[in-house]
Design a protein. Structure first.
Length: 108
């Protein structure tokens, strides 16, 4: 399988009560379990099935993914910042493997 790589874009600074845009992308092939390889063998399902975002320890967004989601899932969402802190991003793959990324933001 190709290397799985999570990427996140969060502004480094923002004003109090500013609505920022957060962008996330994880490079992942998202095998649905319905494809076959060159030898005719079924490629086992291997998807990111869950994605969660926390800010300062509190969950602010979560998504449950299904096999029909394309490879390299991309999410973007707004967030109103009221304090400085850390965003923690968590992608969970079939089999329980987890991929994480953290980004800090300073509010002034």
């Amino acid at each position: 399988m190709a290397k799985v790589k999570p990427r996140v874009k969060v502004p480094k600074t923002a004003d109090v009560n500013e609505i920022i845009e957060i962008k996330t992308l994880i490079s992942h092939p998202m095998h649905s379990g319905r494809a076959v390889d060159v030898d005719g063998n079924v490629v086992p399902r291997q998807i990111i099935h869950s994605f969660r975002v926390s800010f300062n320890g509190s969950e602010v967004m979560s998504v449950n993914l299904k096999p029909s989601v394309s490879a390299n899932p991309f999410f973007t969402f707004p967030f109103k910042v009221i304090e400085s802190g850390t965003f923690d991003f968590l992608w969970i793959e079939d089999g329980g493997k987890e991929y994480t990324k953290s980004k800090k933001i300073t509010v002034g």
